[in-house]
Design a protein around this ligand. Sequence first.
Ligand code: NAG
Ligand code: NAG
Ligand code: NAG
Ligand code: NAG
Ligand code: NAG
Length: 268
Amino acid sequence: MARLLFACLLLLLLVLFRTSNCMGTNRCGNRTLSYPFSLDSDQLNFGDPLYTLHCEKNTSTVLYLDSRKYYVQAINYSNLTIRVVDAGVKENDCSSLPDFSLTYARLGNSRSAYTWLTTASSDNAIYPYTWFQYKKTGPEWHKWFPKYKPLPLSQMMIFINCANPVNSPLYLDTGACLNGVKYSNVSLSIHSYVNVGGMKASDLMETCSLERMTLLPVKDYKNMFFKEIHSLLEYGFELSWHSSSCGSCSTICYIDDSYRTHCIGGQY
Ligand SMILES: *[C@@H]1O[C@H](CO)[C@@H](O)[C@H](O)[C@H]1NC(C)=O
Ligand SMILES: *[C@@H]1O[C@H](CO)[C@@H](O)[C@H](O)[C@H]1NC(C)=O
Ligand SMILES: *[C@@H]1O[C@H](CO)[C@@H](O)[C@H](O)[C@H]1NC(C)=O
Ligand SMILES: *[C@@H]1O[C@H](CO)[C@@H](O)[C@H](O)[C@H]1NC(C)=O
Ligand SMILES: *[C@@H]1O[C@H](CO)[C@@H](O)[C@H](O)[C@H]1NC(C)=O
């Protein structure tokens, strides 16, 4: 009995510490993190270890994806999204490039997003963050057959360097932003382009090479200049962390109108 009482007291103290923010470690600057997010500096970590963030100089919240650095711009706990910017992308500097290549494959696809590691060492989802959400599209008449469809939150952007000028609607010239700036020492004759909206491997012209890939918000990028596209790179792209509330769903986990997650067929 005494032991139980002691345990209860301890728990109460912990809760008090949390709410009174004595530890102060679920805060980064003016951002307060809630479950499933927590900071790696937090001693009393109640978050999901898959959603641990880092606080830099008490100003910037950082998400590391494969030890690659992304600055957190916003977290929405209602629609289960996080908006991040590659650490290499600087504000008002259209010659700044993402430091890293990030592809859809790294963030799961519709078939493998809810596959679970079955090895003894880990019981965690492979993809804590995805570039899409499955949204409910109609009334549910059976838990095995709900109506849903994948809704992309972000889309692919490709940086391409070419030895010769290219004239194609798929290739948007980066103009003065990247041409002759970044690569002036490498070769004076490199032409720098971007593609948003996708291209096939066969669309890559002969003297061109794929430089880097990253994600952008879903938008219509037709008739946009590179500078405008770059400002959207600075705004950041959205990822979904809804997997955190999907439990051990091994089928498809979709989101209903009130942003609650459901596992098709229920959980195992
Ligand atoms: C971090 O910044 C916030 C807001 O600027 C401030 O209230 C807090 O005291 C700072 N924390 C530390 C540990 O410096
Ligand atoms: C924190 O402060 C910055 C600058 O003052 C502001 O732009 C941002 O929206 C604030 N973030 C939050 C989560 O309140
Ligand atoms: C979060 O997302 C919901 C739904 O999209 C929206 O209504 C709400 O205003 C957002 N919250 C913030 C803080 O932006
Ligand atoms: C989530 O909410 C943010 C605002 O906080 C909004 O910009 C974004 O479009 C919303 N995303 C989804 C998928 O609802
Ligand atoms: C590139 O060129 C600039 C200016 O000519 C020079 O300062 C810089 O050291 C060069 N960088 C490399 C890696 O050669």
